[in-house]
Design a protein around this ligand. Structure first.
Ligand code: ZN
Length: 104
């Protein structure tokens, strides 16, 4: 899998994550939703999904960071040792920041 394909994968995943965040009411809240009941419902829903929302936010940050590294040419290098990240690791997680030896 080359970088262009990995980039496509990242962009597709970013779309999914953004959509899920929007569905959870985390972002792009409909500005026309002024009914108090509706707002209360949204608040309740967002408390219930707070864990899910933060996991998605973290994932979104990882993906945007990976896309930024692609833009500046540092994509695919381990942040710990500077070596190339294994191809199968990038295929499993295109947003990976470290090689297998240094993965958390
Ligand atoms: Zn490493």
């Amino acid at each position: 899998m080359n970088n262009a394909e990995l980039k496509l994968k990242l962009e597709e995943e970013l779309d999914v994550v953004m959509q899920e965040l929007a569905d959870l009411g985390h972002e792009d809240i409909d500005p026309t939703a002024t009914e108090l009941d509706e707002l209360a419902d949204r608040q309740e829903a967002s408390e219930e999904s707070a864990g899910e929302t933060s996991a998605l936010s973290i994932r979104k940050r990882e993906i945007t960071a990976a896309l930024a590294r692609m833009a500046d040419g540092t994509y695919g290098m381990c942040e710990e040792c500077g070596d190339k990240i294994e191809e199968d690791r990038l295929e499993a997680n295109p947003a990976a920041r470290t090689c297998k030896l240094h993965m958390e």
